[in-house]
Design a protein around this ligand. Structure first.
Ligand code: MD6
Ligand code: FE
Length: 210
């Protein structure tokens, strides 16, 4: 498919106010070495919610700060609580990609210092939530989908709204901020064609300024 559409591969589309998508902006192939470098030092792990429930999705982080969910609450932590060591440095490839994507959506002073990495096995879903633990909500989030596709759901200002659904494929990048910064969103299980390396798994990077 990408061969047929290379001319439009880097076009930005505003799918809803202040929510942008860049199709085929990158690929797992081009990020695999850096994803592995991070997850070798800080492996994916299942965190627990403040209610004490194990999350469905395993996670890790890189950068100056990492998002952590614990029985005591959500926080950004400078150290990996599993190892008590700083999180791995954010690879330049991640940062460059995020800044380039943010610039396309006219966020010109985005310089992410935190990257949450989610890992989904097929059948696992992410329930509707807002990302509101970041101090400066004028800064966007840049999200990179890798591996098997999944259906992303955008609920807007209430999780009771009917969701706008969008299929996200390997290499698709989303940028959102401004009026959309606090929208509710979730992810339905991976589906579609298995990825040559990740099979029926999906990885998502979300880069933030914290
Ligand atoms: C995911 N993404 O795509 C989860 N949050 O697996 C998110 O939760 C997300 O894509 C904030 C901004 C963009 C996102
Ligand atoms: Fe989110």
């Amino acid at each position: 498919m990408s061969d047929l559409f290379t001319d439009s591969a880097n076009e930005i589309e505003e799918i809803q106010q202040d929510v942008y998508i860049l199709r085929s902006f990158t690929s797992y192939d081009s990020l695999i070495a850096d994803v592995k470098a991070v997850t070798t030092v800080a492996p994916f792990r299942f965190m627990y919610t403040p209610g004490g429930k194990k999350l469905n999705i395993s996670m890790t982080n890189c950068g100056d700060l990492g998002w952590v969910s614990e029985p005591s609450g959500y926080r950004y932590a400078a150290k990996d609580p599993t190892s008590n060591e700083p999180w791995p440095t954010m690879p330049h490839s991640f940062k460059r990609l995020a800044i380039k994507a943010a610039n396309k959506a006219l966020f010109n002073d985005f310089n992410p210092n935190a990257c949450l990495i989610n890992h989904y096995k097929q059948g696992r879903e992410l329930t509707a939530h807002q990302d509101k633990n970041e101090p400066d909500l004028s800064q966007p989030i840049v999200s990179v989908s890798l591996g098997m596709s999944a259906r992303f759901q955008i609920y807007g200002d209430s999780r009771n709204n009917k969701a706008l659904e969008i299929e996200l494929y390997d290499g698709d990048v989303m940028v959102w901020g401004r009026s959309a910064r606090l929208i509710y969103h979730g992810v339905k299980t991976n589906r579609g064609i298995p990825h040559p390396i990740l099979g029926d798994h999906r990885i998502n990077l979300t880069m933030r300024m914290v």
